[in-house]
Write a protein that binds this ligand. Structure first.
Ligand code: NDP
Length: 684
């Protein structure tokens, strides 16, 4: 079988480097990759000039919708991917993380994009910044798609998740992708890309695949491109310092080796449920994916008096892990990705052994389920003990990328903190403790050295996603030796593929660009009440100024009786005089209720429901005898996708509301959100 590349809209293989791919379980040859030997500049160019413009025509929500369709399509074919994944040495559980974890990330991003970002081709970020005394000059940040391509150079360990978690935010950002998987497991990535291409869901060429070497591609990336890398620190640093990357300031996101730690806090004794949790967590992190995980626990940090008990419990648990053919039901740990990787792990363990003792040797005494011992790239979990981790620092420096961890002691919280930081920057660290005080002390002192931190106790253990699982909504990446990159983390990841620009001008110009009403911009009025208009008929900036209403004591008394709110500032003449307001004032909630009564058009019409209130501020008090008036302005419109159970096609209209007093001073400002019916003939 020839593993192919998919570039410039075609499947092909080249005349470059030839790699033979081997089943890591039984050593059978799977096929060959014939790397492309030239034409990498045209691969980039095709993405920039043919695909990018098509992708950028779609709104962010429309791109997210395609990702959702694609996720469903891939999920329906997951069994094909599981079958192939076994050849990488992964068990069903390992493959679940890779395959369904990757597809799950696509689903998560569909929601994140629709919830957090506007339905336009670009993002309007943060509030309008006032830049002048009279409000005629303002600023606003926007993010637009980079007009290039994102090149993802991925590691071998997660051939599916590693691709999907990166291409998803890039595609939603409007930037086409080129994926280069780790060669040793690239046949699984190829299978998923084959399905992506066959689905024809994304604009043609949105995802290109380079199997094998990427040749001179880095010589051709330019100022609008983005490069991401996951793999070893040495390769990452070499690529990051490529002269063309530096010369063109190409953003380079790197996720590299990480010596993640797991601290057992001093409050936990052997009898506590947290002790068992610690053993389970460390053992699971050592054995999932046979320890070939960037987030695996490499350093188990425990108090000196717990070294014996933790060592014994870990060894017992690790020895009970059934290793072997990943297709067998009883197998809990599969093979490493290949024999070269096994050799690399052995070399790393030999280095780690200098001054440290091996207390569980995974290269010697072990048996395999359903497989001959000399077949495949198997090894058993290996545990080392480092007696003086401040003097012998090798465990803080060398990553054995397999089921390998080092146990080390500390004396007092300060030492635990020091050891955690000796990893010089990690993707993830965890603390297992019953003590809120210990959790706080350790997290605040070590967060600067970590991208993500888990505090595990009996209270959250049942639902915890664990030390090793990156999540779509939380950042993944760490400082220093972990590469200094950041992925995922909700909409942050989408923004990595976009350019943030500060735009300045008059409120009217900013409104015209962003399609969002900005205070001070020119508004329009119509004889038809805005609540009588369908979603598609409303113009941004369309405004209604209501009649006036004088607030009376009866209003305050009635509202107090209705709501039960008899706070002294509304009802106690003497206390109110001594108060901050120096008089009795109306309830703030009365003011916004009265405002609704003034701007609402009561008859049946296209406005279906009040959806919520955002950004409410009571600016000035309203006293008895003050006269209020309301201005309601269409600020932003968000089209909604109709779900099968929805009765109507709708959109959300965000209205800027300003309630003013008789001196034209604002007394309350806020945004209300209404669900408004779409005009049937316009729906798209
Ligand atoms: P590498 O750093 O060698 O490779 C990572 C990716 O970079 C692969 O796709 C590889 O492609 C590619 N690559 C390598 N050299 C170049 C180059 N000159 N130009 C462009 N791309 C290049 O890591 P490995 O996958 O070989 O793993 C080696 C070690 O790295 C592991 O043993 C482990 O210690 C660490 N590692 C850490 C990970 C983490 O997330 N922390 C993940 C994976 C590995 P190709 O496969 O074709 O060489």
């Amino acid at each position: 079988m020839k593993i192919q590349s998919y570039v410039t809209g075609e499947w092909c293989s080249g005349n470059g480097r030839v790699d033979t791919l081997v089943n890591s379980v039984n050593d059978e040859v799977i096929g060959e990759v014939h790397s492309l030997d030239s034409g990498f500049d045209s691969v980039l160019d095709y993405a920039r000039t043919t695909v990018g413009p098509e992708l950028r025509k779609l709104t962010i929500h429309a791109r997210a919708e395609l990702i959702k369709l694609l996720a469903k399509y891939l999920l329906e074919r997951k069994d094909d991917f599981y079958r192939i994944s076994y050849m990488t040495g992964a068990t069903k559980a390992d493959s679940w993380v890779d395959i369904e974890g990757g597809i799950g990330t696509m689903f998560s991003y569909t929601g994140i994009a629709r919830r957090e970002l506007n339905n336009d081709t670009f993002i309007v970020e943060g509030p309008v910044e006032p830049l002048s005394a009279n409000g005629s000059f303002v600023g606003q940040h926007i993010l637009t798609s980079k007009q290039g391509v994102s090149l993802h150079i991925n590691a071998f360990n997660f051939p599916v998740w590693g691709m999907l978690e990166k291409i998803t935010p890039s595609i939603i950002a409007g930037v086409p992708v080129i994926v280069k998987p780790g060669t040793v497991s690239c046949y699984l990535t190829e299978a998923v890309v084959k399905a992506i291409v066959a689905s024809e869901i994304l604009p043609k060429g949105t995802v290109q695949l380079i199997s094998g070497s990427v040749g001179d591609i880095l010589d051709h990336v330019n100022e609008q491109d983005v490069v991401t890398f996951t793999g070893s620190a040495s390769t990452g640093q070499m690529l990051k310092s490529h002269p063309n990357i530096i010369a063109k300031s190409v953003p380079f996101t790197m996720e590299a080796d990480s010596l993640n730690c797991c601290i057992l806090a001093p409050d936990v004794s052997v009898e506590d449920p947290e002790f068992a949790l610690y053993i389970k967590e460390v053992a699971r992190e050592m054995t999932t994916k046979a320890g070939q995980k960037c987030t695996a626990v490499r350093r188990a940090i425990v108090t000196a008096d717990m070294m014996e008990a933790v060592g014994e419990a870990l060894i017992n648990r690790l020895k009970a892990t059934a290793i072997g053919d990943p297709t067998q039901k009883d197998t809990r740990m599969g093979a490493l990705v290949g024999k070269t990787q096994r050799q690399d792990v052995l070399s790393a363990v030999e280095t780690l052994m200098s001054g440290n003792e091996v207390i569980l040797n995974g290269f010697e005494d072990y048996s395999l389920v359903g497989i001959e011992k000399d077949q495949g790239a198997f090894m058993a979990p290996t545990l080392l003990r480092c007696i003086n981790p401040f003097k012998n620092t090798v465990a803080h420096e060398v990553e054995a990328f397999g089921p390998v961890s080092t146990l080390m002691p500390y004396d007092g919280i300060e030492q635990a903190i020091e050891l955690a930081k000796m990893g010089k920057g990690s993707l993830v660290g965890s603390v297992i403790t019953k003590s809120a005080e210990h959790a706080r002390d350790i997290i605040l002192a070590t967060a600067s050295h970590h991208g993500r931190m888990l505090v595990l106790d009996a209270e959250c253990a049942k639902e915890s996603t664990g030390h090793g699982s990156p999540l779509a909504s939380l950042v993944h990446g760490g400082p220093g030796r972990a590469g200094g990159g950041e992925e995922l983390g909700g909409s942050r990841a989408i923004k990595h593929y976009m350019q943030r620009t500060a735009i300045q001008g008059s409120p009217s110009s900013i409104m015209a660009i962003t399609n969002q009403y900005t205070k001070g911009a020119k508004t329009t009025t119509d004889r038809v009440h805005p609540f009588r208009k369908y979603f598609d008929e409303l113009e941004i900036g369309e405004s209604l100024t209501t009649h006036r209403r004088t607030v009376t004591e009866a209003d305050i008394v009635n509202f107090g009786c209705l709501s039960g709110d008899h706070f002294y500032a509304h009802f106690d003449e003497i206390a109110a005089k001594d108060s901050f307001f120096e008089k009795r004032v109306a309830h703030g909630y009365f003011v916004i209720s009265a405002a609704a009564g003034m701007f609402v058009d009561p008859g049946q019409g296209p406005v279906i429901a009040n959806y919520g209130i955002d950004n409410l501020r009571f600016v000035e008090p309203v006293g008895i005898g003050d006269t209020i008036q309301v201005q309601l302005t269409a600020k932003r419109k968000i089209k909604k996708t109709k779900k099968p159970d929805d009765k109507y096609d709708t959109g959300i209209v965000v209205w800027a509301v300003e309630v003013t007093n008789q001196h034209q001073e604002p007394v309350a400002v806020y945004d209300i959100l209404t669900l408004v019916e779409r005009l049937k003939k316009i729906i798209n």
